[in-house]
Every structure is written in structure tokens, then in C-alpha cells.
Design a protein around this ligand. Structure first.
Ligand SMILES: *Cc1c(COP(=O)(O)O)cnc(C)c1O
Length: 360
């Protein structure tokens, strides 16, 4: 079988080694005589995987002891609601940086639940830039400031996330988690759906500081309560066992590839190659994003016309490079080059881009 170079924004490409190991183990896990996905989640067979995954996530991100790591269902989207349900008490308020499509969704859900305020909105710059610290208007006593570390659709990424005295920062890192080192202690909470950088769809990682956890409201249903989830080690109900198992394998793969610091080097190399191909194309390819905030994960670009974009996407697919179409809301092209995309994949793409520009 010849594998495609898959530039999908998510679910995204996974390392072939990891997929092969899943294939190896899916029928008979660890000589147990059954599959892990057939095993009760209350057995040692599963519990060892669950706890080891937790340990590996902690190790990869250097998570301090006073943070809990949760594995939840519902995608990052459920966190848009769960976060304010837990932390936006009546009489309290929270601030949101609206930097693009995902941040806006998080904000719009929070408004339905409590007093969520806009601390900055990038609409005047078509969501192609990010604010400097002094542009972010937090209000005194804010329960948290919500930011989106990487806007998957717009292709913009914070190079350094904001820090504000006395305000816990909550970051949606769905599309750049573990793609570069972050200091977890700078955050009140970090969350991410697994399906971009660290596994398949179906599990969402939540990393939350104990003091924030303690503030969770008790009046909400058990599943939605961070405190209950932490007390039950994410096993209040049946956890998403299969995606957690694949995250486990992904953590081991990441570790073998130099951990987060090692993969960041590779991610920079891939993004530099792609952006320099765009910038040196004499305007044939154009990236609309402010250079200072270009994403290392999702590279968006335009061609001289929509017809050429269609042709580009079609011809790329013919030679095995798929999912280069931009998000339906913004159009154009987008190459998502997460952790598991090898340098060879980006080289294949940039070679194709140069040839396409010459021929058209
Ligand atoms: C993909 C994505 C989401 C949505 O994730 P789901 O797991 O599909 O709910 C949220 N935020 C960002 C930044 C994303 O890239």
C-alpha cells in the first residue's frame, strides 16, 4: 500500500509505526487473549495503560504535581461549555481573546452560560494577527482569560502566550499541543482534542491546576464537573479506551523522537521550508497572515485565482497529496503539518508547488 501525504487539519496523519503497532496489538493485547477494546476498564489490563498514559503526558509536557490530567469525551468543543460551567460562577466574569473561528466558538458558548467578555477581537484585521499584551483588555477580578494558542482555520499562532498577574490563563491548544515546549505552570488550564497532534478523535486532554479545580461549581452534572472527573481519575464512566491507548503509543513515539523539544525543531524546519517556498514564489503563492504570527502547524496560502486553487488541489491529490483545501469558511489552500507529518511530506509538497507555479 502506498500511503498518501495527508495534510488534513484533523483528524490528521498519524505515524505509520504507531498505526502498525495498533494493527499488531488490536486482536490480542499483551498476550492477554483479548483486545484492549474488549476489556473492562476496571481491569489491570486497561488500568495500566490509562495510568501510564497519564504519566507519559505529564513527562512529555513537564506538568507540575499541582495539576490534574484528565481524559474526557466530547472533543475540545465540550470544553467550550464545560469551562464556563465549572468556573464562571454567578457574579463572576471571564475574558476572551477572539482571535479567529475557534476562539469565537469558545466565546459564544461561554456567553450562553455566564458573563463572558471580549478582551480583544481580531475582526478588523480579518483574524490575520494577534494582540500585543497591552492590547488585551482584561477586566479586574476576571475568573480566567481564554486564549486559543493556534487558530487552525486562520493559520495564526501565538509565539508567546500572554501572562497577566492574578488572572489564570486558559488555553485551547487543540492544534498545537506538544508541538513546542510550554511552561505549564504559566496556565490555569490547558485543553486539547487529541486528533491533531497526539492521537485519534474521541479523547480530549484537560490539564488543570488544583486551585482552579477547587473552584469548580458543585451544582453541575457529575460528568461535566472537573472535580468529580479528577477524583475518579477520568473513570467516572467508561473512558474512551481506544483513543487513550493510541495517545499512549503517540507519547512513546514522541519520546523516541526527542520529546517536545525535539519535535519542535522538526516542526520549525518543516514550516520554514513551506513558508520560504511561498515567499519566494514571486507572488504566485501568498500567505495572508502577519509574518510575526504565522502558524507552524497550519500553513494557509492563496493562489492567483480560485480556478488555479481548484486545479492545484486536484493535481496535488492526483499525485498523492490530499486535504490541501482551505476551510470552507475562508477558502484558499491549507497544509496542516502537525507533529506526525515527516519532513519528506513537506518536501514533496514544496517540490510540487514549485513545479505547479512554473507550469501555470
Ligand atoms: C479542532 C479544534 C477544535 C474542535 O475540536 P473537537 O475535538 O472537534 O471538538 C477546537 N479548537 C481548536 C483550536 C481546534 O483546532
Amino acid at each position: 500500500m502506498s500511503r498518501k501525504w495527508n495534510f488534513s487539519a484533523g483528524p490528521a496523519t498519524l505515524p505509520v509505526e504507531v498505526l502498525k503497532q495498533v494493527r499488531e496489538e488490536i486482536v490480542d493485547f499483551n498476550d492477554a487473549g483479548l483486545s484492549l477494546i474488549e476489556s473492562s476498564h476496571r481491569t489491570a489490563l486497561y488500568n495500566d495503560v490509562h495510568d501510564e498514559t497519564n504519566d507519559l503526558v505529564r513527562e512529555m509536557m513537564g506538568i507540575p504535581q499541582d495539576y490534574e490530567v484528565l481524559f474526557l469525551g466530547g472533543g475540545a468543543t465540550l470544553q467550550f461549555a464545560m469551562l464556563p460551567m465549572n468556573l464562571l460562577h454567578s457574579g463572576a466574569h471571564a475574558d476572551y481573546v477572539v482571535s479567529g473561528a475557534w476562539a469565537k466558538k469558545a466565546y459564544q458558548d461561554a456567553v450562553k452560560i455566564g458573563d463572558a467578555r471580549v478582551a480583544w477581537d481580531g475582526k478588523d484585521e480579518s483574524y490575520n494577527s494577534l494582540p500585543s499584551l497591552s492590547d488585551i483588555k482584561t477586566t479586574p477580578g476576571s475568573a480566567y482569560l481564554h486564549v486559543t494558542s493556534n487558530e487552525t482555520i486562520g493559520g495564526i499562532q501565538w509565539k508567546e502566550l500572554p501572562r497577566i498577574d492574578g488572572v489564570p490563563i486558559v488555553a485551547d491548544m487543540s492544534s498545537d499541543i506538544m508541538s513546542r515546549p510550554v511552561n505549564v505552570a504559566d496556565f490555569g488550564m490547558i485543553y486539547a482534542g487529541a486528533q491533531k497532534n497526539i492521537g485519534p478523535a474521541g479523547v480530549t486532554l484537560v490539564i488543570i491546576k488544583d486551585d482552579l479545580l477547587k473552584r469548580s461549581r458543585d451544582e453541575i452534572p457529575a460528568y461535566l464537573n472537573y472535580k468529580t472527573q479528577a477524583a475518579k481519575n477520568s473513570m467516572l464512566n467508561t473512558p474512551p479506551v481506544f483513543p487513550i491507548y493510541v495517545v499512549n503509543l503517540m507519547m512513546k513515539w514522541l519520546k523516541m523522537n526527542g520529546g517536545v523539544a525535539g519535535i519542535e525543531k522538526l516542526n520549525r524546519e518543516k514550516a520554514d521550508l513551506l513558508y520560504s517556498t511561498i515567499d519566494s514564489s514571486n507572488g504566485f503563492y501568498k500567505c495572508p497572515v502577519d509574518k510575526r504570527v504565522r502558524s507552524l502547524m497550519n500553513v494557509v496560502f492563496r493562489l492567483p485565482s480560485e480556478d488555479l486553487e481548484k486545479k492545484f488541489i486536484g493535481e496535488a491529490a492526483d499525485v498523492g497529496m490530499i486535504s490541501l483545501k482551505g476551510h470552507r469558511d475562508v477558502g484558499g489552500c491549507r497544509a496542516s503539518i502537525y507533529n506526525a507529518m515527516p519532513l519528506e511530506g513537506v518536501e514533496a509538497l514544496t517540490n510540487f508547488m514549485k513545479e505547479f507555479a512554473r507550469n501555470n
